[in-house]
Design a binder for this molecule. Structure first.
Ligand code: SF4
Ligand code: SF4
Ligand code: SF4
Length: 666
């Protein structure tokens, strides 16, 4: 039964070489990417890695997450058992038997039970894939990968069966005590004798089966989709610590390539991401574009980057032109083929849902925006509707190209004061929608009324206010965004602004997060936060409870919630104003579903699949609301448009500020 150390050493050397060569091939491809520093705040990174990788925080969020948790921890624990197996294969005397008996027995007991759990976990994973797969496991993209996934699962099953065969035989031979190996002892008692198996032969066969399965797994790992076993944990450590809704600044220099049009123009971390994907499908399931039949599939984008890198790696290393394009103009590529279609790139709403569920912290949206930057800045290739949008912003700093003098038209009869340094506390950053959009102007008036009622000192920049540049940045027009941001930062500094309140989550997030890259560190608050604080402190008192809204359903805006973690404030305001908690969408808070307008989608036609706003409004109507409450100008437009199209005219859409302003009426 003893292994042949020489033969085993030869096989181990082969398998280790294949492992090292495979790792070298893939990691040297990662090194082709651009630099990106990811070692700041190591303590924060480390504790996040413990939570996400070892605590499996996001994995456990899902129904079958517990099964993955069991397999993951079994792997970690059995790594010790497998290390001992490899060492004792080379040096038979170096085994657990060298340890003091109590430690040896404890380890054998743990390994035995964990092997049983692992076997059940893998069999369950098998059954789930074959007999009751979720939609994300049955897409064309995953089907194409499933033989490989099943092969790996089969190898693990063989490994476990060989483990039990080996230990059951050792029990029968009297070399291991049955009392500390309950699962193996059960097999020894119930299978070996009844089947008439010779223990010595079984031990020898099981040992070699175990060895071959383990060595094959080792050799195959870096070539397979299970490479994430090596990369997922470090990827959790290396994930971006900043808000995912900001993108890095671009350096503008003559002759430089902007954005990403070739796979090696991504950063090394973007490329490392592509080798860390577990192909779990969470991003695809939650993506509003994928969920409404668009060609965008965030998992497909990540997989295409990996495929592209593998296909083009040799050419890139030698400085040749890569044969497979990263971006496919025709947009007819199938997910996973190594290119991403332009239609998919423009379909992203930058809602961040994909990143918020990814268990290994893959950053999908920044990669999509980098490809948009290439299309806009290097190829001038973007949806036709955006030509007018970009021209309007460049000429008049608003999406509609309206004269800046009209920015103050929302005032009506209100006394609006200009912001004055030292005399005014808050700058009310009205935003383009708040200043020009007929419906949103009502929200601005409501907010101004609230601020006055609470005695807040506020003022505006009047006709000098400019677009914050949110859509420009998300659409990849970084050059114009950069100019807009620098002008705005200078203007805000010149005017001595210290605190800003906005009604638009997109302005809020851009001023708060993106402008920080330009050295602007102001206190920026969304109106929901300020109103909640004013109500809680008693500075804002309503004259009446708002009772005529019927059943109120609250829609979380992605740029307020997911991108800035503001979930409680709008709900607190609604409870204070109406006396009741709002009804919730099935997909709410962190899991909220975008209205379809973010990421510059507001300014584009939606030609593929179902309209995202209709999907969201259908979800709303199932809750039979009388009022849908929002906290974002884009959401307001998308909800109202969706209700019109679905004959839901009896349902009202109100911004949070409008609800509160109603309570101020005598
Ligand atoms: S950011 Fe939103 S729309 Fe874009 S890929 Fe992710 S989930 Fe899909
Ligand atoms: S990118 Fe993340 S969420 Fe999407 S399939 Fe890969 S691991 Fe899962
Ligand atoms: S428009 Fe509203 S729902 Fe859509 S991305 Fe922006 S905040 Fe999210």
């Amino acid at each position: 039964m003893s292994p042949n150390p020489k033969l085993f050493a030869f096989l181990l050397a082969l398998s280790t070489s294949a492992f090292v060569i495979g790792c070298y091939r893939r990691f040297s491809l990662v090194a082709l990417g651009r630099p990106n520093y990811r070692l700041d705040s190591p303590g924060t990174r480390f504790s996040r890695m413990l939570r996400l990788a070892f605590g499996q925080e996001r994995v456990l969020d899902r129904t079958f997450g517990a099964n993955h948790f069991v397999i993951f921890w079994s792997f970690i624990i059995l790594a010790v058992a497998n290390a001992e197996f490899l060492v004792s294969g080379l040096l038979p005397q170096a085994s657990l038997a060298m340890l003091p008996t109590p430690i040896q027995h404890t380890l054998l007991f743990v390994f035995d039970l964990v092997s049983l759990l692992a076997l059940f976990g893998v069999l369950f994973a098998f059954a789930r894939r074959l007999f009751f797969p979720e939609p994300s496991l049955t897409s064309d993209y995953v089907k194409a990968r499933s033989p490989e996934a099943l092969l790996i699962l089969s190898l693990i099953v063989v490994l476990m069966l060989a483990y039990f065969g080996l230990h059951a035989a050792r029990i029968a031979l009297g070399s291991e005590p049955a009392s500390v190996l309950p699962a193996s002892a059960f097999i020894a008692a119930n299978l070996l004798a009844p089947l008439g198996l010779d223990a010595a032969t079984l031990a020898s066969w099981s040992w070699w089966l175990h060895a071959l399965a383990l060595l094959s797994f080792l050799a195959y790992l870096p070539q397979s989709k299970h490479m994430h076993i090596l990369t997922a944990i470090p990827n959790c450590f290396l994930g971006d610590l900043n808000r995912p809704n900001t993108q890095p600044r671009e350096e503008f220099a003559r002759g430089k390539h902007f954005g990403v049009g070739r796979v090696d123009e991504f950063t090394w971390k973007d490329l490392f991401d592509s080798f860390s994907c577990t192909e779990c499908g969470r991003c695809q399931e939650t993506c509003p574009a994928a969920g409404t039949g668009k060609s965008l599939n965030p998992r497909g984008v990540i997989h295409a980057i990996k495929t592209n890198l593998l296909a083009n790696g040799a050419a890139l290393r030698t400085g040749d032109t890569p044969r497979l394009p990263l971006i496919e103009a025709a947009g007819e590529t199938k997910p996973g083929e190594g290119s991403t279609g332009e239609a998919a790139i423009w379909a992203c709403t930058t809602c961040g849902a994909c990143m918020s569920v990814c268990p290994v912290l893959i950053e999908h949206m920044p990669k999509i925006v980098k490809m948009r930057r290439h299309l806009v800045q290097m190829k001038a290739s973007f949806p036709e509707e955006l030509t007018t949008f970009f021209e309007n912003i460049e000429a008049r700093s608003n999406p509609w190209g309206i004269a800046p003098t009209e920015r103050t038209k929302w005032h009506g009869t209100l006394q609006v004061r200009p912001f004055e340094e030292g005399r005014t506390e808050y700058l009310l950053y009205v935003g383009c929608a708040g200043a020009f959009d007929a419906r949103q102007k009502q929200v601005t008036v409501a907010l101004a009324t609230i601020l006055d009622a609470a005695g807040v000192s506020w003022g505006t920049l009047g006709k000098d206010e400019r677009c914050c540049g949110d859509s420009l940045r998300r659409l990849g027009n970084e050059y114009v965004f950069d100019r807009t941001a620098r002008d705005n930062v200078n203007l805000l500094a010149e005017r001595g602004v210290k605190k800003i309140v906005t009604q638009c989550p997109h302005c809020f997030s851009t001023l708060k997060n993106d402008y920080r890259q330009y050295g602007l560190e102001l206190e920026v608050v969304h109106h929901s936060e300020l109103i909640a604080a004013l109500m809680a402190s008693g500075q804002l008192e309503l004259k009446q409870r708002v009772a005529d809204l019927g059943r109120v359903l609250f829609h979380d805006s992605c740029y307020l919630g997911r991108h800035n973690d503001i979930y409680a404030a709008p709900r607190q305001v609604l409870i204070a104003a109406t006396g009741d908690s709002p009804a919730e969408f099935v997909r709410n808070a962190k899991r909220s579903f975008c209205c379809g307008a973010g990421g510059g989608r507001m300014w584009q036609e939606e030609q593929e699949g179902e309209r995202i706003n209709l999907n969201r409004v259908r979800e709303a109507l199932r809750q039979e609301p009388d009022t849908i409450c929002v906290s974002c100008p884009y959401c307001l437009t998308m909800m109202e448009d969706g209700l019109k199209d679905l004959q839901g005219d009896s349902v009202k859409v109100k911004d949070l500020a409008e609800v509160v302003a109603e309570g101020l009426r005598a």
